[in-house]
Design a protein around this ligand. Structure first.
Ligand SMILES: [Zn+2]
Ligand SMILES: [Zn+2]
Length: 267
């Protein structure tokens, strides 16, 4: 059962980080007004369990039972298996990021997809609790646009695992309400500072920083934003979002005006 051990370590490390960040949010918050309960904790957690849980179960089932190996060629003619592992992981991150950037940008610029992605942005605060607040359809779009790219280049299963683990760690870090500075790393990686801009109600700031892990495509396509002033505390969306989990899951399928964020009228 050699395959199971990395997952146990991943989950233990992730849990340790989550618990540490939970206490750090109280001891050293970036924004004190984000500490009180916003009434969205049940919805946040249900979204998290619903989509992230399904994803992890699929990954565990796929790798433990060897299903993933069946699809991934051990000797891909394209994948540089002779590179050091760290370099292969970086390559995997860049390739996956191409799809993740594309999915995220489409989620903002294509009204139909925005209806699903709006659930993530409807959170009125940033905290580790809403890291996984995504409509399952939104998560599905990111997976469909990023994972096949890694399959196409013949990335080994270990690279899938590393990319998934790094994405999970960066995800919880970018949503936590902890005062942290990452300096020059914000030029390359997605950091809490950059993602706070992305959640801004001001769309000149919010329709920026689409990178999930790396900022290279934002730098390349002119969507990188790092303000000289403090990221806003007043975040969220201006359109209506129902309060309960079930209503939020159904909401995008209801007949409504598909409004991309740049067409939302001012309050
Ligand atoms: Zn977004
Ligand atoms: Zn976010």
């Amino acid at each position: 059962m050699q395959q199971e051990s990395p997952f146990i370590w991943f989950n233990l490390l992730y849990l340790t980080l989550a618990v540490s960040l939970f206490f750090l949010e109280r001891a050293r918050p970036f924004e004190k007004t984000w500490l009180p309960n916003d009434g969205q904790i049940p919805a946040d957690l249900l979204h998290t369990f619903f989509n992230k849980g399904i994803v992890q179960v699929l990954v565990i089932v796929g790798t433990v039972f060897g299903a993933a190996e069946a699809f991934v060629s051990e000797s891909s003619p394209i994948w540089p298996s002779d590179w050091p592992m760290a370099a292969q992981v970086v390559l995997g991150l860049v390739i996956a990021e191409a799809g993740l950037y594309c999915a995220h940008r489409l989620g903002h610029e294509w009204g139909w997809l925005w209806k699903f992605h709006a659930i993530h942005h409807s959170a009125p605060r940033l905290t580790i609790i809403n890291t996984g607040r995504f409509h399952f359809f939104d998560t599905g779009a990111s997976i469909i646009l990023s994972q096949p790219l890694l399959f196409l280049v013949g990335a080994p299963v270990d690279i899938f695992k590393w990319v998934s683990a790094i994405t999970a760690f960066i995800g919880i870090l970018t949503h936590c309400n902890v005062e942290m500075r990452f300096g020059f790393l914000s030029l390359i990686f997605n950091t809490p500072e950059l993602h706070r801009w992305h959640h801004s109600k001001n769309l000149d700031e919010g329709n920026k920083n689409y990178g999930e892990n790396l900022m290279i495509f934002d730098q390349l396509f002119g969507t990188y934003f790092r303000g000289k002033y403090r990221p806003p505390a007043d975040i969220g969306i201006k359109e209506y979002m129902p309060p309960s989990f079930i209503q939020q899951v159904i909401h995008p399928f209801k007949k409504q005006k598909a409004s991309a964020p740049d067409s939302i009228p001012a309050e």
